[in-house]
Design a protein around this ligand. Structure first.
Ligand SMILES: NC(=O)c1ccc[n+]([C@@H]2O[C@H](COP(=O)([O-])OP(=O)(O)OC[C@H]3O[C@@H](n4cnc5c(N)ncnc54)[C@H](OP(=O)(O)O)[C@@H]3O)[C@@H](O)[C@H]2O)c1
Length: 268
């Protein structure tokens, strides 16, 4: 798919439609814990390889580098879906923090702004109200949460009538949880999985077997498994070869029986 830095078409990657018609590419580029020159170079390479969705956060201290790479790519701003996140410890300073994220990223809006963790372990309705207000002002196209439980999401919905567009959560075959997926779906919350690869045993015989059957790598099988479950996924890599391979997921698909075998790797 990606070919020596050639820009690929954004439509190579399917998108999920969030509330209010915001389209989010199902595969994004994770940027933690890259900083400085490495972050800038990796994000630029990812954009050149065809990624049109980049995941950063105030906490990652690399928003300026993401913005720099975006400008260096020459891509129009509206072609790249940008996510950043509010640190839990910045609850109460939402407007100020969003302005500094926008300044660092060199843009006047982000596509998705997430509460990174429940502030002080609680749903924090006041923070959610601020996110909704800033979205209504047009500084953010969609708002969501990360690392929230179903009960915490329910609390936000009860208070405001608005569900987060996305819950970004730790997800991989060992963490597969059909009940949680169904619960988020019932609430119209799109699931985005983080750390898809680093906590996965890529030598697992089930993954190796399925990878061999499709002529792909176990890592590609894991990423494709997310997509089969309609879970957006944001792998990080600093290696040019893996940056490209992690987006090269559309020349094969998994059979339902293969998906079920991978689901079966869930830890008890
Ligand atoms: N919301 C949250 O609380 C939260 C928490 C953690 C992460 N995140 C986000 O999610 C993104 C992804 O998660 P992550 O970085 O923790 O984990 P990850 O993407 O699962 O794993 C990254 C690690 O896997 C390696 N890797 C990448 N592609 C590979 C491949 N094809 N084969 C083998 N190894 C490969 C990378 O090494 P190389 O770089 O050497 O390729 C790196 O060591 C983060 O970058 C961040 O944007 C969000």
């Amino acid at each position: 798919m990606a070919d020596n830095g050639r820009m690929t078409e954004a439509h190579d990657v399917p998108a999920v439609t969030l509330a209010r018609g915001v389209a989010m590419p199902m595969v994004g580029f994770g940027t933690w814990p890259m900083r400085a020159h490495q972050a800038c170079e990796a994000v630029l390479r990812a954009l050149q390889a065809g990624y049109r969705h980049v995941d950063t956060a105030t906490m990652y201290a690399n928003e300026a580098e993401v913005g720099h790479a975006l400008r260096d790519s020459g891509l129009p701003r509206q072609e790249v879906f940008l996510t950043t996140k509010l640190r839990a410890s910045d609850a109460g300073r939402e407007r100020k923090i969003l302005s500094s994220s926008l300044r660092a990223l060199g843009t006047d809006y982000v596509d998705l702004w997430l509460v990174h963790w429940p502030p002080r372990g609680a749903a924090s309705v006041s923070v959610w109200r601020e996110l909704l207000a800033l979205r209504d002002e047009g500084l953010v196209r969609a708002v969501g949460v990360s690392n929230y439980s179903l009960a915490q999401i329910d609390e936000l919905v009860r208070a405001t009538g608005e569900a987060p567009a996305v819950n970004q959560i730790h997800w991989n075959p060992r963490r597969y949880n059909a009940g949680l997926l169904e619960g988020l779906r019932q609430r119209d919350v799109v699931v985005e999985g983080y750390s898809p690869l680093k906590d996965t045993n890529l030598r697992d015989p089930v993954l190796a077997d399925i990878a061999a059957a499709h002529g792909v790598t176990p890592a590609q099988v894991v990423l494709r498994w997310h997509l089969e479950h309609e879970i957006a996924v944001i792998p990080k890599s600093a290696s040019p070869g893996r940056i490209a391979a992690n987006l090269d997921l559309f020349g094969f698909s998994l059979e339902p029986a293969e998906v079920a075998r991978i689901d079966g790797l869930a830890a008890g």
